[in-house]
Design a binder for this molecule. Structure first.
Ligand code: ADP
Length: 293
């Protein structure tokens, strides 16, 4: 930038245009540096404010969920009261009641049972989403034993529907939260029973595969139409045919299944054909896969 000087030449030194250019470049760089650092300071401040706003929104959302869960929980007591009174009527005064009154009471009992189970499912979903169940420690679970417990608990429903349930497959264990896994099995198997036709058969299969433990629940019931498959895991979704076939449905069972799938890092797939049946496949990762995320 500065012109070469020589001992052979003398005279007044002039500021070379290169020097002016250098000074100008330094000045421009200084201005750019100043502007960049003030913009990045402003962005950092904005980030900080946004982080604060996000934390407040998350807290407000959590408070709202907790409030909703408390209110929902408070609704349990009145329904238990209604069912308790119906129980008394059934045992002490049933024969003295006219048939029309009995029919009305039976309807009240049915609606109250449906609402109570919906309340239970809303509470389960709320707890699963708020992460309060994540405190439960993982355990080594023999899958077939847990499945047999679930099937035993669903025996009443299966008898009511005239459906048989069979378990087959490998004797394998998985390391995960038994409470959440049981709720997942309950929902898939009770759906398979509820959407089977009378005299139908539900098959539950457990397999050890490279990708993890595979659990497949298959029924030969009403099936799901292709356009109804994408929304089935959404909260409160019930297809029209399903609502007609199973008036007790709440539309929350598969939302619970999806949430548990996320909590346990499991993948869930569904295959179905209208009128032929449905198959849900759950893949539980083995501990090393789960650790790898
Ligand atoms: P619910 O069964 O109480 O309606 P779910 O969330 O468990 O709620 O299921 C959502 C919808 O998915 C059901 O309404 C039904 O349309 C469909 N579905 C789930 N499981 C089955 C099944 N095994 N066979 C046919 N349809 C099913």
């Amino acid at each position: 930038l500065v012109p070469r000087s020589s001992i052979l030449t003398s005279g007044p030194t002039t500021v070379a245009p290169g020097v002016i250019q250098a000074v100008f470049t330094v000045f421009v760089m200084f201005v750019v540096w100043y502007l960049t650092s003030s913009i990045s300071d402003a962005v950092r401040l904005r980030d900080f404010e946004l982080d604060g706003a996000n934390a407040r929104l998350r807290q407000a959302d959590e408070d709202k969920n907790q409030q909703m869960l408390r209110t929902t929980h408070d609704l349990k007591a009145p329904f238990s009261g209604i069912e308790g009174n119906i129980h008394v009527l059934r045992h002490l005064h049933w024969d003295s009641l006219p048939e029309e009154v009995q029919a009305i009471i039976e309807k009240i009992e049915m609606r109250s049972g449906t609402l109570r189970s919906r309340i239970g499912e809303i509470l389960t979903l709320g707890r699963l989403r708020s992460g309060s169940t994540s405190e439960v420690s993982e355990m080594l679970i023999v899958l077939k034993t847990l499945l047999c417990d679930v099937i035993e608990e669903l025996a009443g429903l299966a008898t009511e529907q005239g459906v048989t349930v069979a378990v087959a497959g490998d004797d394998i264990s998985a390391r995960c939260d038994p409470g959440q896994l049981k709720i997942l099995f309950m929902n898939l198997i009770s759906n398979a029973i509820s959407y089977s036709k009378p005299g139908g058969r539900v098959e539950v299969d457990v397999r050890d595969r490279d990708e993890g433990c595979l659990l497949v629940v298959t029924d030969h019931g009403i099936g799901i139409s292709p356009e109804a498959v994408p929304p089935i895991f959404e909260d409160f979704y019930r297809s029209q045919e399903a609502a007609k076939f199973n008036p007790k449905s709440t539309g929350l069972g598969l939302a619970i299944v999806r949430q548990i799938g996320q909590n346990l890092n499991a993948t869930i797939k569904v295959q179905s054909e209208v009128g032929k049946g449905t198959s849900f496949t759950v893949c539980l990762p083995t501990p090393t896969q789960a650790g790898a995320g």
